[in-house]
Design a protein around this ligand. Structure first.
Ligand code: 13P
Ligand code: SF4
Length: 305
């Protein structure tokens, strides 16, 4: 049954000139029909060069908006209309408009997990895999980092030469990982490396053996000789790794690491989208696209050694 739906998706996406991008948190059967998979940076960059008329983003709203901003001439569809991001939704443009005058000499760095509207008043975007490098390359010493204070704290620790101010915001799912979760995991799996996403709180990041984006965590596990890992990000990553390496063991750091928004999209949603019946087409006005594009272009320009 799953194979039949997948075959139909493959046929229809070709027939309708659709490229499917899927974030690493998506279900295995969705990743199997995608043209490109990866973390939010990889998908944002890929979106610029795909030749298809339509891009279907299997992920959450800010990811689909990023594709639309970078490729406004394309039809961009979000796989599920309700797939938002709790972090992106917690900080809107009005708040930052009020805060900005207090930080006049600061470069406003926005995690890509923000709305398109908020991006219009920010200077540079970053993703979890690019944030440290980009902040290093920003000329200004003074940085206002929004909205994730946990990723911001991680960047501040890696780039101590910068004066980084944080606002309080973040991913509720990663921020809920506790010291007790780490202690329990260590007690259950002594000596096993802990790999975490930088959206976890600083006290968790400090206890980890490796910190990286979703793709970086997967790459670390792929290239390591170890046979067991504790995975501190959305449960799907441990599941994908377990599928890829059936002889190794991937333990979740916490069973609470479930992003409901990322799990909304089903294979049937993807099927409906490729036959033009589901999802939501992303519509952004020309001013929003123009103003938000600046900070995404800056992200790509500044992400170099
Ligand atoms: P990545 O950039 O690691 O894909 O992170 C996106 C995200 O939302 C993690 O929660
Ligand atoms: Fe947003 Fe957190 Fe879900 Fe990532 S895991 S998409 S940051 S709510």
């Amino acid at each position: 049954m799953i194979r039949d739906i997948q075959q139909e998706i493959l046929r229809l996406k070709k027939e309708n000139d659709i490229c499917i991008l899927a974030h690493s948190y998506q279900a295995h059967e969705i990743l199997e029909v995608a043209d490109h998979t990866g973390d939010s940076y990889a998908l944002a960059v890929k979106a610029r060069s795909v030749p298809n008329k339509t891009v279907l983003m299997c992920g959450v709203r800010f990811m689909a908006e990023t594709v639309k901003i970078l490729s406004p001439e394309k039809r961009v569809v979000l796989s599920h209309p309700e797939a938002g991001c709790a972090m992106a939704d917690m900080m809107d443009k009005d708040i930052i408009e009020q805060v900005k005058p207090l930080y006049k000499d600061y470069t406003v760095v926005a995690y890509v997990n923000t709305t398109a509207a908020l991006k219009t008043i920010c200077d540079v975007c970053v993703t979890s895999s690019s944030a440290v490098q980009i902040v290093k390359n920003i000329e200004n010493k003074n940085i206002l980092f929004i909205p994730d204070c946990n990723l911001g704290a991680y960047v501040a620790a890696q780039v101590p030469e910068k004066n980084i101010k944080l606002l309080s915001g973040g991913c509720p799912i990663h921020a809920a990982v506790s010291r007790e979760d780490v202690e329990n995991a260590k007690a259950l799996h002594p000596g096993v490396k802990i790999l975490v996403h930088p959206e976890c709180r600083p006290e968790i990041v400090e206890l980890a053996d490796f910190v990286g984006s979703t793709s970086e965590i997967m790459d670390f596990a792929r290239s390591s000789e170890d046979t067991e890992f504790i995975i501190g990000t959305e449960l799907s990553i441990a599941e994908h790794l377990q599928y890829e390496f059936p002889d190794k063991c991937f333990h979740p750091l916490s069973v609470g690491l479930v992003c409901k928004n990322m799990r909304l999209t089903t294979l049937v949603d993807v099927y409906n989208c490729v036959r033009g019946m589901g999802g939501e087409e992303i519509e952004l006005d020309a001013d929003t696209i123009r103003d938000a594009k600046h900070c995404i272009d800056e992200m790509i320009r500044l992400n170099h050694e």
